[in-house]
Ligand binder design. Structure first.
Ligand code: SF4
Length: 353
């Protein structure tokens, strides 16, 4: 039984009784709330929680985060993916600490101007921390609202968000907008989930989808994301205790993280070895091992990676230094560098943790 007269009252009643106990829900301070919202984009709560705790321990204030090096921030972020989130987080921390004297803006229209903050995050911070009645619309809200209110807009189209925002603007609690928003997201995550728990749902009697038996067809989403397959050949040059890595730059995945020398494309072991020989005169006799393929899934990419370990000589090291941006790192130094999860997985498989 859900008590209350309006949709908002009933939802907030449910939330107050059933919400998961999460540390960022105990505060209205925008710094921890913002941190949680950025971490939880495209990340499940159980996966994101330890990261939030680590960040709050390492950088308890926005000033601490602003003063950290990007390398340290990326290292702490390692494993969460979507590294542009971490870089934007760091840039915004610097801006808030240095330009705004550590004070977060308090209005949606100002919050949304910050780097890495879109309509969803701006609405979450404005409502939770500053009681501005702005509805949030994330994947969970799309699902719950489309089913309950019977909104049949295609959520893969950019304009649909406005339709949801307009309807939710009428429903949002003016007294507790932050609680309403968190309740919408929580309900979509736990009850009106992809396979909805209609039997446990106190809204079913007036739910459009339940009455029309349309739970499976809502929300409407036509646009399918195309997955790009990529073949990565990583050359792991080793000289004694040293490994050779470089920092990724540019617009491709993992910019700012460190990985081994990469040859991309469909290639055989022979072709990879001949390229190495052509580049640096390093002989295939130095090849120690070729790994089993690793499959690494990103949101729109499937990476098939093979690692070639080569034990090189001091002479080879000189040639490497002359014709690449690779640098030598001891095992310990390498472990402290920010690296893509794929590289961490490989190192774990060969016993380096
Ligand atoms: S009845 Fe089912 S579809 Fe409707 S809101 Fe509840 S869980 Fe979602």
């Amino acid at each position: 039984m859900i008590e209350g007269k309006t949709f908002a009252e009933r939802l907030i009643y449910w939330y107050t009784e059933r919400k998961r106990d999460l540390p960022w829900r105990k505060t209205k301070d925008p710094y921890p709330v913002w941190l949680s919202e950025i971490i939880l984009q495209q990340t499940r709560v159980d996966q994101g929680l330890p990261y939030w705790v680590q960040f709050m321990e390492a950088y308890p204030t926005v000033h601490n985060l602003a003063d950290a090096s990007e390398e340290k921030v990326l290292r702490l972020w390692q494993g969460l993916g979507y590294y542009s989130r971490a870089r934007n987080l760091h840039a915004t921390a610097k801006y808030v600490a240095n330009e705004l004297n550590g004070q977060f803006p308090s209005k949606y229209s100002e919050i949304i101007k910050l780097k890495g903050i879109g309509p969803y995050t701006a609405a979450a911070i404005a409502s939770i921390c500053f009681d501005e009645p702005r509805p949030v619309v994330d994947g969970n809200v799309f699902r719950f609202a489309s089913r309950y209110f019977g909104i049949e807009e295609d959520i893969s189209k950019a304009n649909s968000r406005k339709v949801f925002e307009r309807i939710l603007s009428e429903e949002i609690s003016k007294d507790q907008p932050g609680t309403f928003n968190q309740a919408m997201m929580e309900y979509g995550a736990t009850i009106c989930s992809p396979v909805p728990l209609c039997g446990d749902c106190g809204f079913r009697l007036d739910c459009f989808a339940f009455r029309a038996k349309k739970q499976k067809s809502l929300p409407v989403k036509t646009g399918k994301t195309k997955v790009r397959n990529r073949q990565f050949h990583y050359i792991v040059f080793r000289e004694g205790n040293n490994f050779f890595l470089n920092e990724r730059v540019g617009k491709d995945v993992w910019s700012g993280l460190f990985d081994f020398y990469l040859i991309e494309g469909v290639a055989s072991e022979e072709l990879v070895m001949s390229l190495i020989k052509e580049n640096w005169g390093i002989d295939e006799a130095t090849l120690d091992d070729v790994s089993e393929p690793f499959i690494h899934i990103l949101s729109h990419q499937k990476i098939h990676a093979t690692f070639y370990t080569m034990s090189i000589s001091a002479m080879d090291v000189k040639r490497l230094g002359e014709k690449s941006s690779l640098r030598a790192y001891s095992t310990e130094e390498m472990l402290n560098l920010p690296k893509p999860k794929l590289i961490v997985n490989y190192l774990q498989r060969i016993g380096i943790t």
